[in-house]
Design a binder for this molecule. Structure first.
Ligand SMILES: [Zn+2]
Length: 444
């Protein structure tokens, strides 16, 4: 695709950017309003007054209706989605009463490419230790504080205000723009599964999770596994002898064998599981160890909870990490073969989570367009994949070019005193506005 096909007049660009500068306070206020409607995902069992996902959707819907979008809200249903069992984001036990997804479609005049702007409106619980009210949306020193400020009501506020900016300053657009706001991302991504299951598609998709304004055309998949190693308890102060003669088997000692072998596996993964656009290779990181019961006995059992990441190129036919699971299982089996007790009492892995991933090639015109628009906010053209899971897997599955880009430090997400800078909120709003203008006025 030639560069010309993305061109629009400098004058229109200036109108849009100026509108955003002139409405800076309104954009900040809109984010504050979203933060002040607490929408903690019910999976975390919040107090009812902290869980108002529907109200957030209504607030966003009203704003988008006012600029001519057609807004639809509906409650997902695990029953209706059961055909997706075994696919990313499907959890048969998730409930959605009072928890609607929403699609706001602004129809274009025709002939342009369509764009989907999407993000989640649920947040994780505030947790303790805040120095400001977690749902207060307080402004202090150029920052806006509150649960969800960076993850990701900031990104959601920016996409809504960017569309408003374009409509109010640049007039009608050629392609359709859909603002898709989903629930339940923080507990596995069933909201996005439901959104695509409803048939929403586009020629390009921007997901505004925080990336420090780097363009992330990929994210990693994430596996949580629990390695369960059985031993045999016995008095720790007495000689035990061989296990075949009834001696104890120290499960902690066996766990240490696996930890050493994981180090060796990681050394190999550092070579094999690098990606040119990711800062670090995939690894098996041990997150939790539980073993032993009291001080006078060898541990009966050890449980090692690990987090292993996988690359989009490693996805299986369901779009999940089945191949990587098999690789880790094979590795554990091979390690078990080296030890007589383990050979007869093989450890097992219980898989806890498989969060999917996706990738759009960097040379895709959509990614290139996003990179080109960074100049409007004086940001360097940096491509860096998201190391964590995001919801782009399903867009990848349907061949929709997708980019994650958002303001703020992703490490601020889920933290005490979460905040986003006002400056960066305005920058991401400008970036999205210019991306709308560029993409939907490109001939289809
Ligand atoms: Zn998020």
């Amino acid at each position: 695709m030639s560069a010309e096909s993305f061109s629009h007049s400098d004058e229109v660009e200036m109108l849009v950017l100026n509108w955003i500068d002139d409405h800076r306070e309104e954009i900040i206020a809109f984010l504050q309003e979203l933060i002040r409607i607490p929408s903690v995902n019910p999976w975390f069992k919040p107090a009812p007054e902290e869980s108002h996902e529907a109200e957030v959707q209504e607030h966003i819907g009203k704003r988008l209706e006012a600029i001519g979008a057609e807004v639809k809200r509906w409650e997902p249903s695990a029953e209706a989605l059961k055909g997706y069992a075994g696919k990313p984001g499907y959890y048969p036990d998730h409930l959605f009463d009072g928890r609607p997804n929403q699609a706001a479609v602004l129809k274009g005049t025709g002939g342009g490419k369509s764009l989907l702007l999407t993000g989640h409106i649920d947040v994780v619980p505030a947790g303790s230790g805040w120095t400001v009210a977690p749902f207060g949306g307080e402004r202090r020193g150029g920052q806006i504080y509150g649960r969800g400020a960076v993850d990701m009501k900031g990104g959601v506020a920016a996409m809504v205000m960017a569309l408003e900016a374009v409509v109010k300053s640049a007039g009608p657009l050629k392609g359709d723009v859909t603002v898709g706001t989903v629930v339940d991302e923080e507990a596995g991504g069933m909201g996005t599964l439901d959104f695509v299951a409803q048939g929403y598609r586009a020629d390009g998709c921007i997901l505004t999770e925080p990336t420090n304004m780097k363009v992330a055309p990929l994210c990693r998949g994430i596996l949580w596994g629990k390695l369960i190693i059985e031993g045999r308890s016995g008095h720790i102060e007495l000689p035990q002898g061989d296990w075949r003669d009834g001696g104890a088997v120290d499960a902690i000692g066996l766990a240490r064998v696996f930890l050493d072998h994981f180090d060796r596996l990681n050394a190999e993964w550092r070579v094999r599981k690098m990606h040119p656009y990711l800062p670090e290779p995939c690894q098996v990181f041990v997150a939790q160890i539980e073993a032993g019961e009291y001080p006078t006995a060898f541990a009966n059992r050890a449980e090692v909870v690990f987090n292993a990441q996988y690359l989009p190129r490693e996805k299986d036919e369901n779009g999940l990490g089945g191949r990587v699971k098999a690789e880790i299982e094979g590795f554990v089996k091979a390690v078990a073969e080296t030890e007589s007790w383990l050979r007869e009492n093989p450890p097992r892995i219980e898989w806890l989570i498989d969060a999917d991933c996706g990738e759009t090639p960097v040379d895709d015109p959509f990614v290139q367009m996003c990179l080109g628009n960074l100049k409007y906010v004086n940001k360097p053209e940096i491509v860096e994949g998201a190391s964590t899971h995001t919801d782009i897997g399903w867009f990848d599955y349907y061949d929709i070019p997708a980019v994650v880009i958002g303001a703020g430090d992703p490490r601020k997400a889920h933290q005490t005193d979460e905040y986003i800078s006002e400056e960066e909120l305005i920058n991401i709003t400008k970036f999205i506005a210019l991306s709308i203008l560029t993409w939907v006025n490109t001939p289809k």
